[in-house]
Design a protein around this ligand. Structure first.
Ligand code: WQD
Length: 353
């Protein structure tokens, strides 16, 4: 009998890519997504991203529920209808800049939503969860590459990062209170790229906050030019350095984290960095994308963005040692796959209704 995984936020960017890998690994999947951050399907229909997920996986979802995690009754109804074995939890708001303007919405969605999910899981007797966390819990890194021992919660410059930190703290306390819990937190660095088919990818609803989707939209002609947020950082070319990781590598990491959550030897809470260990600057990313797309990416250097730090790069040896995971796709593949998606879908999933 295949195990059933409930994926929150499964219609979104990392969620949809992970759902493909879960189905490919032999799991059954039911998705809960409010579609607040992705293109919804017509009434009673699957969101376009999940229609594509089923096509690519050649397998159907067990179910889809357009439900917000803060709706405890509706969420409990899903657990009553399906015998869920574990949860992979992506559902959250995730724009750093927006979180500064709308802190209440971010705490409501990310913290209250996670608390409600954990309460409903406990009532349903479901104690295994893989959590989508973020490198932002490290704040401005005190040393690089940042490993899982790096302090968290200090110097967090935005409510988004604080919500991820608070949720990790809740999970640690929960695991300490009841040995039934198996909770794995995955700290992503910078997810980029798309499924190699070009059929699903990152599809920000408004102007992209993140670098890669903005670069892709300039390359495809949807935006005039990229603003480079500062070139006076203490980095080799003065622009921000980040650890970009292919979204399919991330998705595979979730399957391995789930295997850990099901292993007999694991109990309690564990967190793992998912990155490449290699730093790439903004200018290097622009150059790599131009090479991969064959398109110019005009840019203008402007002032620094509030809350940005110079460099964030991961140490991922723990994930390799304990999950057997390492990033396998390089920067060129990240850019080629992101470009294929963008070129085929200049307007993202809106044009797939
Ligand atoms: C990368 C670099 C910018 C846009 C955030 C979250 C993290 C994760 C990824 C959710 C920086 C520069 C960017 C632009 C630019 N989100 N930049 N012009 O801020 O490292 O991480 O998004 O999981 O949790 O913290 O990513 O892509 O916004 O920025 O120059 O238009 O690109 O200054 O150096 P960031 P980013």
């Amino acid at each position: 009998m295949s195990r059933l995984i409930l994926v929150t936020g499964g219609a979104g960017y990392v969620g949809s890519h992970t759902t493909i890998e879960l189905l490919a690994a032999g799991y059954e999947v039911v998705v809960v997504d409010s579609c607040v951050n992705c293109v919804a399907g017509e009434e009673g229909k699957l969101p376009p991203s999940l229609v594509r997920v089923q096509e690519l996986a050649k397998k159907s979802l067990v179910g889809f529920y357009r439900v917000s995690l803060t709706d405890a009754l509706a969420l409990a109804g899903v657990f009553e209808k399906h015998r869920v074995d574990a949860v992979v939890h992506f559902a959250a708001l995730k724009a750093v800049g927006e979180s500064v303007e709308k802190p209440l919405e971010y705490y409501q969605s990310n913290v209250s939503g996670t608390l409600t999910l954990l309460q409903v899981m406990r009532e349903a007797g479901v104690h295994r969860l893989v959590y989508s966390s973020s490198a932002t819990v490290y704040g401005a890194p005190q040393y690089l590459p940042a490993d899982e021992q790096h302090p968290t919660g200090a110097g967090l410059t935005n409510p988004y990062g604080k919500t991820k930190y608070f949720c990790e703290q809740v999970m640690q306390d929960l695991a300490a209170s009841d040995k039934e819990w198996r909770l794995v937190s995955l700290r992503y660095f910078n997810p980029v790229g798309a499924h190699p088919s070009g059929r699903i990818g990152e599809d920000p609803l408004g102007p992209p906050n993140n670098l890669m989707p903005f670069v892709a939209q300039v390359a495809v002609g949807k935006r005039e030019e990229l603003s480079v947020f500062g070139n006076d950082y203490d980095t080799p070319d003065g622009t921000g350095v980040r650890d970009y990781v292919h979204v399919v590598d991330l998705a595979e990491g979730h399957v391995m984290a789930l295997d850990k959550a099901f292993s007999k030897s694991f109990r309690g809470y564990a967190s793992y960095n998912l990155g490449t260990g290699r730093g790439v600057s903004v200018l290097e990313m622009i150059e790599a994308f131009c090479r991969a797309s064959g398109k110019p990416v005009p840019y203008r250097v402007v002032g620094r963005r509030a809350g940005d730090v110079a460099s964030v790069v991961a140490s991922c040896s723990l994930a390799e040692e304990q999950l057997g995971w390492r990033a396998r796709r390089d920067l060129q593949e990240m850019c080629e796959d992101a470009w294929r998606w963008q070129k085929l879908h200049p307007n993202g999933f809106r044009s797939c209704q």
